[in-house]
Design a protein around this ligand. Structure first.
Ligand code: NDP
Length: 348
């Protein structure tokens, strides 16, 4: 039997404070025996995502996420290949994906929520199931379509924060494809700004670590902001909202700037910003992709088409080895990724 390893939650970081590599531990574990109705799979790719930060706490503060248990394998989005099956719908050789994949090299996965990957959409790029053709891609596309009010020909300005990450790098490109005229990205390094401008077709890029965000936004958005895809919250988002137009729209996707703090979601805004939202009639309802599962298939087909036509560029940062999964998560939370952060565990 092959060696089997898993990455477990070794200790919790506490609700206030950054996660650290020491919060995770990789160890040998038993090789699973497949039970009736279940599937045995080899893990190929794992996803690390910002929402996992709350699963590191004893109380996730969320009705749809349970906490990871100490000394148990963490879990999240994953892709693998079926190597044994006692379920009629899955067969050895099938490539599959689920949102509750254990951080373990070989594991028994539950068929509930297990999705076979369609080779016509993915080709040989299976990791796309965790990024552009998975949850982040759907979040970007459905978020824009449901909340962005992007209208072709209306000369609109679209701003996205976390712009070089998994959702953000797609959101800016999708907004262009959907008809926005001026695309502005906010991110945390010069390298990322260059990527947005030179590879992904953004019109302007703002480095929030070194630029005066308010001044740079004024230059980049002379007609004000019509749609804002908010991945980060905090001061950056308050600065953007102050430059938003009457009747404009915030796509409230995420607030990563407060994920290491014990605050409710979404965190309360300063009174001045709340007043602006009201006075200018700016919409800002919470957006959650889990509420749009019925749109997943359709959005995957659209995104795959754009990728195949060369209209949507996909960036990934790939870390090698299951023992690096914890480090990959910690790094992503600090901006160590360009595009989707992926862990490559094994080849088929
Ligand atoms: P990313 O790939 O964008 O990775 C996270 C990025 O956040 C980092 O690369 C870093 O980039 C940036 N970041 C970290 N800390 C800060 C900070 N204090 N201020 C500003 N930026 C920061 O992750 P995802 O694309 O997976 O997720 C992006 C957002 O979307 C998250 O808030 C996430 O929770 C949310 N989300 C929401 C979903 C929904 O259904 N509503 C679904 C999926 C994701 P940089 O170098 O630029 O700082």
């Amino acid at each position: 039997m092959p060696r089997n390893r898993r990455t477990v939650l070794a200790c919790r970081p506490g609700v206030n404070g950054e996660s650290r590599p020491e919060n995770f531990r990789t160890e040998d574990c038993g090789y699973p025996v497949v039970q009736d109705g279940k599937v045995l799979a080899k893990t190929l790719f794992l996803s690390v995502d910002p929402y996992m930060r709350c699963r590191m706490n004893e109380d996730t503060g969320s009705h749809y996420l349970s906490p990871w248990q100490l000394d148990h394998a963490c879990e999240g989005g994953g892709v693998g290949v079926v190597i044994d099956s006692k379920h009629k719908d899955f067969h050895p050789g099938d490539y599959v994906e689920t949102w509750v994949w254990p951080w373990q090299e070989y594991s028994q996965v539950s068929p509930e929520g297990l999705r076979k990957l369609d080779p016509t959409l993915f080709g040989s790029r299976l990791s796309l199931a965790l990024g552009a053709l998975g949850m982040p891609g759907a979040t970007a596309l459905v978020g824009i379509r449901e909340r962005g009010h992007v209208t072709p020909g209306a000369n609109q300005t679209f701003v996205v924060s976390g712009a070089a990450g998994a959702c953000g790098s797609l959101a800016g490109q999708i907004a262009r494809l959907e008809g926005a005229a001026n695309i502005v990205g906010i991110c945390g390094s010069e390298e990322k700004c260059r990527l947005l401008m030179e590879e992904l077709g953004f019109d302007h890029a703002v480095n929030y670590r070194t630029d005066n965000v308010a001044d740079r936004l004024k230059e980049a958005c002379p007609r004000g902001v019509d749609s804002y895809f908010d991945n980060v919250g905090g001061e950056i988002s308050e600065t953007v909202i102050k430059q938003m137009n009457e009747g404009s729209h915030v796509i409230l996707c995420g607030q990563i700037s407060v994920y290491n703090k014990d605050v409710p979601y979404p965190p309360p805004l300063p009174q001045e910003v709340t007043d602006i939202l009201k006075e200018r009639n700016i919409t800002r309802e919470r957006f959650l992709i889990m509420n749009y599962l019925d749109k997943f298939e359709e959005s995957g087909i659209q995104l795959a088409k754009w990728i195949q036509e060369g209209k949507l560029k996909v960036k990934e940062t790939v870390v090698e080895g299951i023992e690096k999964t914890g480090e990959a998560f910690v790094s992503m939370m600090k901006g160590g990724n360009v595009g989707k952060m992926i862990v490559h565990v094994a080849d088929p």
